[in-house]
Structure formats: structure tokens, C-alpha cells
Design a protein around this ligand. Structure first.
Ligand SMILES: Nc1ncnc2c1ncn2[C@@H]1O[C@H](COP(=O)(O)OP(=O)(O)OP(=O)(O)O)[C@@H](O)[C@H]1O
Ligand SMILES: [Mg+2]
Length: 269
């Protein structure tokens, strides 16, 4: 996921949620993308949520597939004549401050079709350019692999926001991810940085969860957010109603946690 920041607040923060190729250990990207985007919008920030995962979970989870436009992120990325703009793709939500650039399963083809495109790693960055200045945050939900779609997100982003689950193997995929971030940094996007690490699926009853929290805070003392997202069934129910946790159950522990996370993200600027 990513964020676009500009205008009165200056600077720009663009976290991207990423998960390792074939790995199980860095999940909860989409949940974080949807709910962070919603709470940032509820706090009055202008937010664009871009769905870069062909599974389209962010699009369906936030309930915009119904009013999908003729064009999606796929058309935007693979078009040749540049006659489709991001403004032809974004759809409104019930919150005026939040718009979504949805995708469908078609986007899977872009992973292959982009290979022959010039400056293929920069496609997303180029097509988001016209809207960047109008947003406070652009949040890009990434697919589970480190393929060309994820690379496009990392190149378009100012920063990356990494969710880590407080469970077994949680840290195993991290080094590979950080490796990719470093490669993207050195070759494609020198200013890319880690906006934050968010601990999620925390279960206070397990000792392991506490150990992982300590270990992550040790490795990322600055980056780790104070807010920890607990394991919360309401968070897993909300997407099937096409709702964020704010709309589905704002007083649930998950709702309160994502509200607090959004406040921290805003405070980091
Ligand atoms: N804190 C939580 N408590 C309980 N369930 C959660 C929590 N966070 C996420 N989930 C659920 O876990 C599942 C995986 O989360 P999510 O879809 O956010 O992961 P993802 O990283 O986007 O996965 P993928 O790589 O497939 O896109 C979903 O069913 C989601 O509803
Ligand atoms: Mg996802």
C-alpha cells in the first residue's frame, strides 16, 4: 500500500504493503490498506486507494466493484496511447475524501504484458502522476508476489508500510523483502524508505506474540508503530460486506486499532 501526500502538509508519504513471494509471513496487507485508507479519509485527509493485486480484494473489500467504471488499473497500465487517465479509473466511495482505483482479475495479465513495455517499472508512477498532488495519501495494495506489479508499486511509492503478523515465521520473509526494497532503492527509486512496520494478528494469550513484538521493535526501533492490531474476528468479517471496519464495527478492537494507526501515520507526517 502507498500514500500520497502533498499540498499544505508538504512532503509525501507513500507506504506500500508488500508480501513475500510464495510466503505466508507478511500478510494482512489488504486489511491494513482498506482500513488505514478509510480512517485517514475519516480524519479529513484526501486519500486514493489503488488496487494493484489481481485478486481485487481491496476493490471488493471496500465495496466499489458494484460501481466499477469501464476502465480499471489494468487499462491504465497497459494502454499504448495514454488516452486513459487515472481520473477515468477512480470511483467514489461513500466518503467524499476517499476514492478507489479498482482492478479485476484482468490485472494478472499485466504482469506478463508489461514485460515488453518501455520503462515498465515506472508505469504506475507515470499514470499516478496527475493525481498525486491532489491527494494527501495514495495507498497501494500489493499482490502477494514480488513481481512486476509489486515493483511498480515500490517505484511509485515514497515509502513502504510493512505489516508483520505476530505468529510463527513472521520474521522469515522480512529479509527477502528488505533485500528487494534495497534493490529497488539502488536501481529505481532512491528515495524509497520504510514508513513503518505494523504488528498485526496479535494474540495476548500467546507468549510467542510477545516475543515477536519485542524482536520486531528491537530490529525496527524507529519504524515500528506503537499501535498493535489484535486478532479480531470483526476485521475478517467486514470485507465480505464490502465495508471497512469503520463502517462495519467502529467500536470493535480492530476498529479502534486502525483508528489509532491512522493517527500515528498522520503524526509521522
Ligand atoms: N487482525 C486481524 N484479525 C483477524 N483476521 C484478520 C486480521 N487482519 C486480517 N485478517 C484476515 O486475514 C485474512 C488475510 O488478510 P489480508 O487479506 O489483509 O491479507 P493480504 O496480505 O492482503 O493477503 P494476500 O497476499 O492474499 O493479498 C483475511 O481474511 C482478513 O480478513
Ligand atoms: Mg491482499
Amino acid at each position: 500500500m502507498e500514500t500520497c501526500k502533498s499540498g499544505s502538509e508538504g512532503g509525501s508519504v507513500k507506504p506500500v504493503l508488500v508480501k513475500e513471494q510464495g510466503a505466508r509471513f507478511l500478510p494482512y496487507k489488504t486489511t491494513t490498506a482498506i482500513n488505514l485508507a478509510t480512517y485517514l479519509a475519516a480524519a479529513g485527509r484526501k486519500v486514493l486507494l489503488v488496487d494493484m493485486d489481481p485478486q481485487a480484494n481491496a476493490s471488493s473489500g471496500i465495496g466499489v466493484l458494484r460501481n466499477k467504471r469501464e476502465h480499471t488499473v489494468y487499462d491504465l497500465l497497459i494502454q499504448e496511447a495514454d488516452d486513459i487517465s487515472i481520473f477515468d479509473v477512480i470511483v467514489p466511495t461513500q466518503r467524499g475524501e476517499l476514492v478507489v482505483a479498482p482492478c479485476t482479475v484482468d490485472l494478472a495479465a499485466a504482469e506478463i504484458e508489461l514485460v515488453g513495455v518501455m520503462a515498465r517499472e515506472y508505469r504506475l508512477r507515470q499514470v499516478l502522476d496527475p493525481i498525486r498532488e491532489r491527494c494527501d495519501y495514495v495507498i497501494i495494495d500489493c499482490p502477494p508476489s514480488l513481481g512486476l506489479l509489486t515493483i511498480n508499486a515500490l517505484v511509485a511509492a515514497d515509502g513502504i508500510l510493512i505489516p508483520i503478523q505476530c505468529e510463527y515465521l513472521a520474521l522469515e520473509g522480512l529479509s527477502q523483502l528488505l533485500n528487494t526494497v534495497n534493490i529497488v532503492k539502488s536501481k529505481l527509486n532512491p528515495s524509497l524508505y520504510i514508513v513503518g512496520v505494523v504488528l498485526t494478528m496479535y494474540d495476548s494469550r500467546t507468549r510467542l506474540a510477545g516475543d515477536i513484538v519485542r524482536e520486531v521493535r528491537h530490529h525496527f526501533p524507529q519504524e515500528t508503530f506503537q499501535t498493535i492490531i489484535n486478532r479480531n474476528v470483526r476485521l475478517s468479517e467486514a470485507p465480505s460486506f464490502g465495508q471497512s471496519i469503520l463502517d462495519y464495527d467502529s467500536t470493535s478492537p480492530g476498529g479502534l486499532a486502525y483508528r489509532a494507526l491512522a493517527e500515528e501515520v498522520i503524526a509521522r507526517g
